[in-house]
Design a protein around this ligand. Structure first.
Ligand SMILES: Nc1ncnc2c1ncn2[C@@H]1O[C@H](COP(=O)(O)OP(=O)(O)OP(=O)(O)O)[C@@H](O)[C@H]1O
Length: 684
């Protein structure tokens, strides 16, 4: 329960509300046992036909008589012991002395007991019964009215208790979710992509709900039910503590059963949560890729996939249900067994009119049938909360399994550190340098994703990275904003190793536009302004104009205030790219990373955007990844040709065209003209 305990700590700020809820639960428990205790006078009234006034007088007289009897015995024993003390000591007399002394102690105890009982009945007569009417039926009505009042008051406290418990558990979940989110956004890209969006979604929603269920049960039932059981236990002890002890004999057995059940429950809950995550994954894939699903008419395939995942979840959930369902009757059988033991002993005492069983003293005077019935009611009232507590245990085990899944991600420390005391970067004065960089997504892979890459880019230069699919272009540029850190080697800006630099200042220098444009479900204005805190409308419009987005934004109903809808579904791919570009332009970065940023725009727009980019890139260090080779001579000062995680060659378009065979092939396949002003391959 280590992980669940950690989530309980999130309730610490609300401890006073919890304390108040416990006080309410205590009042409820006391009133509950008081209500049950009302049975005794009713039984007495029904059985004897006496009024309570008559009954209490009889009881006082009886207790007085018993006390007097004991007092007489005590006096007799005192005299006998005094006589014995005057005689010479013999082994026989010493034995008698010990026996009589013990007897004297027992008789004194009994005398005190009857005196206390007598005082209790007197108090009851003077303070309570004297206020009740003399008539038996009217007395009965008074008792019922008192019970009703108690029930109403108890209801009020019960409501307050439940309401406080609900508040604290929801508020705790609120804090837990916030803290979890804070931790997750701090983690680096590698950790987050390893976890996967669907897994994260499942842990944020279903798992936190499970923890919430556990908290509610912990603060609610775990507090209220034992208190109810405790007050009834005390009441039963007042009637006959020896018989009550007989009742708790089966507790160790019940504990053993619960321990076994809890272990099975935790395992089953973990598996059910895993299946739930798998279902989230399929749902997300099917609905986010609905065009692909429908386009390839794979609805039946998706249906099957979902059905399999759903039935797996069903099976695991069923196991949970069965374990839960087993707990209830098992505990019930044990409690009935306990009640039967205590009740059996009690019935024996009533029938035999005795006070001991097998020589073991059980009560000071024979039990009346009414007392035994009242005793049984209290025992049954203990059994009910205990039965309810058994399901609590299974719920808490589910919560523990869910909390373990949450804290497993929560505790991961980001490998890319913020370096809050590191040197702040304010711009690129000289160069950006990749020095012998090696990187692998999978550390055990034979071939690293980046293999000893060395590349120096001068400040203000525009460099294009080209190469076949999967050669590592995007990965290399992801090292610049430190989405990942190299496994060996270093990335430096003006000689400062980025590993040691102030992370925020570094990221503020960089603007990224990628092929997968990420827009948020907000207005067009907010999406562009995302690039710069406090951006004005004029600045946003200016950036949109530069990104060739102004025209279509104005043509959209609502203009800059139009809502984009879920991930910009209202706009075409090219329009979304233009909005993302406007966002990057607005952030006014010193380093611009453009990764296939015009992959979805039409040719006319591309020409316009390129003209804008050329203008915008002036004075900025720009990295360009493109497969559109015809754009390179126009946009890039130099080109880095990559293959299989290595930089094959670096130079101007003309230089590479001349000396780098793979680059030339790439250009030719993209119908890129041979450079005119540079030496040709034949000439070279
Ligand atoms: N998150 C990831 N986890 C594991 N492997 C990855 C991940 N991202 C990329 N890779 C792998 O790393 C290699 C380089 O990928 P990268 O995206 O850098 O290539 P690229 O040159 O940009 O390709 P493209 O031109 O197709 O965009 C590929 O083999 C790819 O499968």
């Amino acid at each position: 329960m280590r992980n669940f305990r950690r989530s309980v700590w999130f309730s610490w700020p609300y401890r006073w509300r919890l304390v108040t809820s416990i006080v309410c639960a205590l009042v409820v428990a006391v009133l509950w046992s008081v209500n049950l205790g009302a049975l005794f006078p009713i039984l007495k009234l029904l059985k004897s036909g006496q009024t309570l006034h008559q009954w209490v007088d009889v009881e006082i007289a009886e207790q007085e008589r018993l006390r007097a009897e004991r007092a007489y015995e005590v006096d007799k024993l005192n005299v006998a012991l005094a006589n014995l003390a005057r005689q010479p000591s013999t082994p026989e007399s010493e034995k008698d002395k010990r026996r009589w002394s013990k007897n004297l102690a027992d008789q004194t105890d009994a005398q005190n007991y009857h005196a206390t009982q007598c005082a209790g009945y007197r108090w009851l007569r003077d303070k309570v019964i004297s206020e009740l009417p003399q008539d038996a039926f009217q007395t009965f009505l008074c008792v019922i009215a008192a019970v009703l009042v108690c029930v109403v008051v108890k209801g009020g406290f019960e409501f307050t208790h439940e309401s406080l418990v609900g508040w604290v558990s929801h508020r705790t979940l609120f804090d837990l979710r916030n803290a979890f989110f804070r931790r997750m956004v701090r983690q680096d890209v590698r950790q987050l992509s390893a976890a996967g969006t669907n897994e994260l979604m499942a842990r944020f929603t279903n798992d936190t709900e499970q923890v919430g269920g556990g908290l509610k049960v912990l603060y609610g039932r775990v507090v209220a039910e034992p208190l109810k059981a405790l007050t009834c236990f005390i009441a039963a002890c007042i009637i006959c503590w020896q018989l009550t002890i007989a009742f708790v004999i089966v507790v160790p057995l019940a504990m053993y059963v619960l321990a076994r059940v809890s272990k099975a429950m935790r395992k089953a809950a973990k598996k059910a949560l895993q299946r739930m995550s798998a279902m989230y994954k399929i749902l997300n894939e099917a609905f986010s890729g609905i065009r692909v699903v429908k386009g390839f008419t794979r609805e039946a395939h998706e249906r099957r996939r979902f059905r399999v995942a759903n039935s797996e979840f069903f099976r695991k959930s069923l196991r949970l249900v069965n374990i839960d369902a087993f707990t209830n009757p098992a505990i019930e059988v044990l409690t009935i067994l306990a009640v039967a033991i205590a009740l059996g002993a009690g019935i024996y005492l009533v029938l035999s009119k005795g006070t001991s069983i097998w020589g073991i003293p059980m009560c000071s005077q024979p039990l009346s049938p009414e007392t035994l019935i009242q005793f049984y009611v209290f025992l049954a009232a203990i059994a009910d909360p205990v039965r309810k507590l058994s399901s609590v245990y299974t719920k808490m085990q589910s919560a523990e399994a869910a909390a373990a899944r949450i804290f497993e991600l929560y505790d991961r420390e980001p490998t890319v550190r913020g370096n809050w005391n590191g040197p702040r970067l304010t711009g690129v004065q000289k160069q950006v340098e990749f020095r012998h960089v090696c990187f692998a997504y999978n550390p055990t892979a034979e071939q690293p994703t980046l293999d000893n890459v060395t590349l120096t880019v001068k400040a203000g230069e525009t460099i294009a990275l080209v190469g076949g699919n999967g050669c590592g272009k995007t990965t290399l540029l992801a090292l610049l904003p430190r989405f990942f850190d190299p496994d060996s080697g270093a990335v430096l800006i003006d000689g400062v190793n980025l590993r040691t630099a102030h992370l925020r200042s570094l990221r503020k220098l960089i603007g990224v536009v990628t092929q997968d444009t990420q827009l948020f479900d907000d207005t067009v204005f907010a999406n562009i302004a995302y690039g710069k805190r406090g951006a004005t409308r004029e600045q946003v419009i200016e950036a949109a104009k530069k990104a060739d987005a102004h025209g279509f934004i104005l043509a959209t109903p609502g203009g800059y205030d139009a809502l984009l809808g879920e991930v910009g579904a209202k706009f075409s791919g090219g329009q979304r790219q233009k909005i993302a570009l406007a966002r990057a332009i607005l952030s006014d970065p010193q380093i611009l990373i453009l990764d296939e940023f015009t992959s979805a725009v039409d040719q006319q727009s591309e020409a316009d955007i390129h003209a804008a980019i050329k203008e915008f890139a002036r004075g900025r260090t720009t990295f360009l990844i493109t497969h559109k080779m015809h754009t390179i001579p126009d946009l890039a000062d130099r080109v880095a040709m990559m293959d299989a995680g290595r930089v094959l060659d670096v130079g101007t378009h003309a230089e590479l065209y001349t000396r780098c065979e793979p680059y030339r092939r790439l250009c030719e396949s993209g119908h890129v003209r041979r450079p005119l002003s540079e030496p040709t391959r034949d000439a070279a």
